[in-house]
Write a protein that binds this ligand. Sequence first.
Ligand code: PEP
Length: 249
Amino acid sequence: MRTKLAAGNWKMNGLKASLSELEGMAEAAKGVSEVLICPPATLVAAAADAASGDIAIGGQDCHASESGAHTGDVSAGMLKDAGASYVILGHSERRTDHDEHNEHVRAKCKAAWEAGLTVVLCVGESLAEREASNTLDIIGGQLATSVPDGATGHNLVVAYEPIWAIGTGKVPTTDQIGEVHDFMRARLEKRFGAGVGRSVRLLYGGSVKGSNAEEIFAVSNVDGALVGGASLKAADFVPIIEALNAAAG
Ligand code: PEP
């Protein structure tokens, strides 16, 4: 039985005052689904204090090293120390803006696991890759190379985020989402065995809103969502959490 997960990625948005949004999410977060907010690194400690247990807090990236001469970076241990229990890795904005490749993501994943964080690993194809019918090859390659050995249902969550759907208002059809999620489930089962493969939660991400959440959550092997823009305000995120609670039955 996989606990549904509503995860919010605040990206480079949010000041201390934004943490008041967590209060507005707290009631919905007491439902059957798990709720996670990943604020910018500057807010992780304050968010963990403000969330008081109903909402898990995560980072948006971590360095592959434990410590050292890496100006501006944050280690997995630092996130954990600040109160995070999750970290997003391999987001397409990191892959594009910081030239992160699957091998970097894999090293970061190992560091996160060593620090005791659960990784939300992002995979997804570009529009050109989808139009060339390469989606499953791209996702299969990202899963094979970005995920180290040792994955479990506790230390790994995978988020399918088609790059062309992030922040664009464009959403794949439910058939397209289902095809990728079923494929990811099969790949995880093949590599890690049925027990582990079936226990890893698979999120969909890309322009999820209150208005489309219900139909997305009805798709096979969709265990929740990774949400950007609509996670910034409680008024937008609570309907998504509620739709997930309803889908969990
Ligand atoms: C994201 O960046 O992870 C994301 C899914 O963004 P949005 O919901 O805004 O498309």
